[in-house]
Ligand binder design. Structure first.
Ligand SMILES: [Zn+2]
Length: 111
């Protein structure tokens, strides 16, 4: 019986570690918190820790499925023709691959 509890303890600790990764935070920190405290306490700590939105967005950008709208800086699908947040029509030259705002700022200086 204790053997079974230990196996579930470790499995839940792994699950909480990976859950913390989906929130943009450290997998190993959540795993070790769950191992040493308890999976339940680890889960509560993970839930109370704010999401790391910057890391989540960077992972999405690296996946190549999304791009950043040059007008409103929201993430939209790469193939989108129109931003769903600000309704700006997307053209190929508007794809923001440089650090945010760089392309737009440089075109503003020219005019
Ligand atoms: Zn937009």
């Amino acid at each position: 019986m204790e053997y079974l509890i230990a196996i579930f303890w470790i499995l839940f600790s792994f699950a909480i570690g990976f859950f913390n990764r989906t929130r943009g935070n450290s997998t190993t920190t959540a795993f070790f918190l769950s191992i040493f405290l308890s999976p339940l306490l680890g889960f509560i700590i993970v839930i109370l820790t704010p999401r790391n939105q910057e890391i989540i967005e960077n992972r999405l950008l690296e996946s190549g499925d999304v791009k950043r709208c040059p007008e409103c800086a929201e993430l939209i699908k790469r193939r989108a023709r129109r931003c769903k947040y600000c309704l700006t029509v997307q053209t190929e030259d508007k794809i923001d691959t440089a650090p945010s705002g760089y392309i737009r700022r440089s075109t503003l200086i020219k005019h």
